[in-house]
Design a protein around this ligand. Sequence first.
Ligand code: SAM
Ligand code: DTB
Ligand code: SF4
Length: 331
Amino acid sequence: MTTASTARYDWSLQEIETLFDLPFSDLLHKAHTLHRSCHNPNAVQISTLLSIKTGACPEDCAYCPQSAKHETELERERLLPLDEVLENARAAKAKGASRFCMGAAWRNPTDKNLDKVIEMIQAVKDEGLETCVTLGMLTPQQAQRLQDAGLDYYNHNLDTSPEFYGEIITTRTYQERIDTLGYVRNAGINVCSGGILGMGEQRRDRARLLQQLANLPKHPESVPINMLVQVKGTPLHGTDELDPLEFVRTIAVARILMPHSFVRLSAGRTDMSDETQALCFFAGANSIFYGETLLTTPNPEQQHDRALFDKLGIEPLDVNAPAAANLSNTA
Ligand code: SAM
Ligand code: DTB
Ligand code: SF4
């Protein structure tokens, strides 16, 4: 059995495709067994998102409502003032979030913008929350400035396989994404990187995305797996929906390839049944976005999520507790 001590960084595509092809129960058993050996299966980490700068993005990501290249109904907003960000962070903490993630619709931040984001990071940290930002591409110097400011996580997704990528984004390369992840890692910031399913990609693309993530020099600490949120006006609106069981399989394979990472059941939960989400948690997902909006699109109502956690016996992960305390409930 793969155990905590045997995390690998040399997965072949064939090995990953073999996992995807397992009978569903065999795959879930394998993923869940490994999940229990590394994590408390009844504890889920909770992050809350805030869009600190919305819309008018120069990039052409085909899934994204914030691209200036697509005609969506989104209202653009300038960078939010610090007090509004803090108000949102306090509310998120009061509702049980342990991490506050701030997203900006930029190709990359200017150094002036970064000054403002750094003020936000410091203020949110002072509230006792972990911080995450997603601002687009960074230079090594910008990554270092974020590390100096005490940033806990940087989110930058690979989104899909290198082969399918060109169908989705033309304004930045796959290699540029990998470079940014390298700068974040070298600066000593925790890496949050994953992708989006349901964009019309094949199973091989899902396997290749996971292969890229799992064969990075170190596994991302956090791996968000998003189901495409289809937004009217984006080129991907109307794409055939992915079978939810294939989504669950992808979560299971991510868990097996990256046993210690937090695998986040990310965007797309609003259209997912409780049963699908329960299978995702069983397959190894142990993080969610909580709160009624993601960046610009809806997320489940908090009451619904609280009821789901109650039904499943899930507790929010206490990031301040010693690791052993979070593992105590694994009998
Ligand atoms: N502009 C920055 C960037 O792209 O790196 C940061 C913000 S961007 C909105 C963060 C991530 O959100 C994207 O990489 C993508 O994976 C995810 N995302 C955006 N629109 C989405 C959608 N409609 N459905 C699912 N995920 C989406
Ligand atoms: C991630 O992987 N998913 C989040 C977060 N990282 C920044 C964003 C989801 C965005 C969904 C579309 C929207 O709300 O605009
Ligand atoms: Fe811009 Fe990020 Fe949306 Fe791409 S995903 S259009 S970079 S906000």
